[in-house]
Design a protein around this ligand. Structure first.
Ligand code: CTP
Ligand code: MG
Length: 239
């Protein structure tokens, strides 16, 4: 079964510092949004695509309007937070039964196979599926250091989670659309900046979230260094 695909592209790209909404930033002679759209379209899993763009934006809307796609691409005004943008795009896909994949435009180089892998697990009966990769760094939790330790450093280590249990999660994340919409309605009271992905909303209501293999190519273009890496990947060079 086909799924609806939401692409959230309404962020401002503060950390990239390009002076343009991130989805509009040039990449490989096109834009970040066009690469994200290409992955979704090439995967063949989408029956419709809805893109959340910055409120009032015309440039990204124009890109969507002229993008060559066999399936319809609609746009909605995004919100002040990623989760609000997802909520608005969920309204934009028009409800109905079936699955939805929620993808970050910033993960512009995500291989079509990752979309297919997520959609396959949804079709297999999961109501939430997340692509993930193993964590290579040792991750520590931090806490403020004591008042008498401030001259050493502001923070100290609070703990070291077992790395073998940690996964870095990516997008597209796949959901039963009705379940995701309900989770977003329930989340209306939460701090929107604390909602960094959609799966966490389902975890809090006790839904199982399944993990499938992500890809190193799904890196989230966040900082100028990430843009250099993405350009190098497109040029076929090893970054
Ligand atoms: N996003 C969105 N609406 C928002 C904020 C973010 O649709 N209000 C989208 C971004 O466009 C991006 C994805 O969510 O595709 C992940 O967000 P992030 O990488 O943080 O992008 P930005 O918010 O644009 O970047 P920054 O935080 O550096 O400003
Ligand atoms: Mg952001």
């Amino acid at each position: 079964p086909k799924v609806a695909v939401i692409i959230v592209a309404a962020g401002s790209g503060q950390r990239l510092g390009y002076g343009l909404p991130k989805a509009q930033v040039p990449l490989g002679g096109r834009t970040i949004l066009e690469y994200a759209l290409q992955g979704a379209v090439e995967s063949g899993v989408a029956d419709r695509i809805c893109v959340a763009v910055p409120a009032g934006d015309t440039a990204l809307r124009a890109i969507c309007a002229r993008f060559h796609s066999p399936v319809p691409i609609s746009t909605v005004d995004g919100g002040a937070s990623r989760s609000e943008s997802v909520r608005r795009a969920l309204a934009g896909i028009g409800g109905g039964p079936g699955g939805v994949l929620v993808h970050d435009a910033a993960r512009a180089l995500t291989p079509p196979e990752v979309f297919r892998r997520v959609a396959r697990a949804l079709a297999g009966g999961a109501s939430a599926v997340v692509p993930a990769v193993a964590v290579v760094d040792t991750i520590k939790t931090a806490a403020p250091s004591g008042p008498d330790q401030q001259q050493i450093a502001a923070e100290k280590v609070a703990g070291t989670p077992d790395r073998s249990l940690l996964r870095a999660v990516q997008t597209p994340q796949g959901f039963d659309a009705a379940t995701l919409a309900e989770a977003h309605r329930n989340a209306a009271g939460l701090d929107p900046d604390g909602i960094t992905d959609d799966a966490m909303l389902l975890e809090t209501i006790g839904q199982e979230v399944f993990l499938v293999n992500g890809s190193p190519l799904s890196l989230k273009i966040t900082s100028p260094l990430d843009l250099v890496v993405a350009e190098a990947l497109l040029a076929g060079q090893q970054p």
